[in-house]
Design a protein around this ligand. Sequence first.
Ligand SMILES: [Fe+2]
Length: 444
Amino acid sequence: MKKEILIVEDDDETIKHIVMHIESEFNVLFHFAKSVEMAIEKLAQKNNIALVIAKYIIDGNVGSSIYAYIKNKELNIPFILLTNKYPAKDPDMSGFMVSGKLNTYLKYPIKENLLLDSVSPVIKLKRPSIQEGYRRVSGVNVELFVMEEIPIFMLDHENNYIHVKNPEIEETQTDDFYFVTIKDYKNISSKINERLTKKIKCKTLPTSERIDYQFDSVKKIHNSLRDLGLTVEEIELGKAVYESSVGIIKKNKRMSGLLGNLIRYQNYTYELSMMTNYLAIAIAGHTKWSSNHSMKKLSISSIFQDISIQEDHLARITSLESRQYKELSKHDKDIVSGHPYESMKLIDEVDGIDDVSNNIRDIIISHHERPTGNGFPKGTTMENISGMSCIFIMAHEFSHRLLCDRLSIEVLQKIQVDFERDYSHGHFRIPYQAFIDSFHQRKN
Ligand SMILES: [Fe+2]
């Protein structure tokens, strides 16, 4: 039985483009809706829908209500959201990337490879002829290729591709399938993409501004680290380890999406991940945990610690006793208090880190624990916190406080007093000494 896909989109050319790409590789049945109401009606009527591909803003209504409907009815249907800006602040989209393994979002104009990569894990069975150098085109779309005078082929009963002439094509039915070479298919696809790009009125920040902004963040962190007394070598090492961790994580498509979202829209979470990475690596360099292996663990943990929280104002909350936490809704409280578990679970999806994943899980789950036992989620006391986690916890708290307060002598003095009180003894004694050593070596 063919799998069924519901496409919720109001631009005809975009619909045609999506359908053309999917049917060139998969045997599926399409349903269409041009409004949120129609989409919800289809979902209520058809119980075989395997995938929803929906525009975020459609027909004046926010398309996230379709996702909210699926979530509330527990339909468990994978969802591809079409949007140029990921709606991190929309409460209906809360947990979108985290709760559904196959959920993802794509930007306009929809890129063929990204679309097929997102559809493929849901539909699974690909048409076999792809390896043979031809792409399939349905009778509905073949005209696009005929107009460009591209050679069109049909399969004969012995599975040979036979070149067909235009008059023959005109006589055939729209539900027949034709074939074109992969090269011709790509050319036409790029032309359609160019046309669609011109149509899009992109309201999001231009790419160049985004890159500048990211660059500013990195520069700001590097300057702060220099001011704190880290050496150029320590900063270079931190940068190299961070980049290598990002490379590992980006191999997983969903993690790459979460990370991209964090870099683009979550200023605090992004800067916290970078700052924690640099500080944890600098501290570890003064301890027995200075191997590449240990640094990799600390670095990946830095990036993953808050990856399950998609909103900066929630990631900023570091105490369940704080006023900010107490004023949250039950839903947001659960996100904050549960995020060490949720971030930890996502580690299982990253390939190539099996050798270090247990330590990373331990570090992530403990990143809000504190030596006095007033942290969360477990309220663990210091005897039960591992050495690597001690390093990470100090790097995390220091980074958080530096990002929330402006870097000044007064702020640093206050942090120094608090750190000495909380971290200079017991299990934290050796990591604390390394922390002090990291910041007292600046030679002016
Ligand atoms: Fe956190």
